[in-house]
Ligand binder design. Structure first.
Ligand code: GRF
Length: 190
């Protein structure tokens, strides 16, 4: 797929978003972030986008009664070719799944299908990995469907779990690797 304009959806910190922006700026990714959409008005992701001069939109059920339509209008207005979910905690409405079929991607901080699904986000994922005694975990980039963390797996990268890890130290190691992996993935123009 040849795309130029990436819409990023993010709910919180936006460090993955920042990695995508930086990858575009350095030329590693041959595209640009055309709009950032967050369900959370106070997310760092929106602040990061504004700082970079990228349109930053707060769209949620508290801002619109027609979430799917409003989001689709914004995607069209900014000529989004693909949608990348970088820490976006809401389900994607079916209208958007249809309009962007095969063009919505998510990054998840485990080796799916392990440690995915409802409630498996943030520190919960890494705590579950440690509780299970895993010696390795990782990152998955997959297509987005109506169910959390399902859809075709497109790329995975392993990350070691150390015996001394806490959920926090493991989360930090995985997130750092995500920033590299994301750029590698998007630079291939999937
Ligand atoms: C990442 O761990 C990503 O895999 C998951 O949400 C986290 C986002 O981190 N989907 P950040 O908000 O980009 O720092």
């Amino acid at each position: 797929m040849n795309y130029k304009n990436i819409a990023v959806f993010a709910s919180h910190g936006g460090s993955d978003l920042q990695a995508i922006i930086d990858g575009c700026k350095s030329g590693s990714i041959n595209a640009r972030v055309c709009v950032v959409i967050s369900n959370n008005s106070t997310s760092m992701a929106l602040q990061r986008a504004k700082k970079e001069g990228i349109p930053a939109l707060h769209i949620s059920t508290s801002t619109t009664a027609t979430l799917a339509e409003t989001t689709l209008e914004a995607l069209t207005a900014h000529n989004a070719d693909i949608i990348f979910l970088a820490g976006y905690l809401k389900k994607i409405p079916s209208e958007i799944l249809v309009a962007y079929e095969n063009r919505i991607f998510n990054i998840h901080p485990s080796l799916l299908p392990k440690y995915g699904g409802k409630g498996m986000h943030g520190i919960n994922v890494h705590a579950a990995v440690i509780d299970a005694g895993e010696t390795e975990t990782g990152i998955t980039i997959h297509r987005v469907t109506a169910e959390y963390d399902q859809g075709d797996i497109l790329a995975q990268k392993k990350v070691p779990v150390h015996p001394t890890d806490t959920p926090e130290t493991l989360a930090a190691r995985v997130l750092q690797q995500e920033h590299i992996f994301l750029v590698e993935f998007l630079s291939k123009n999937p």
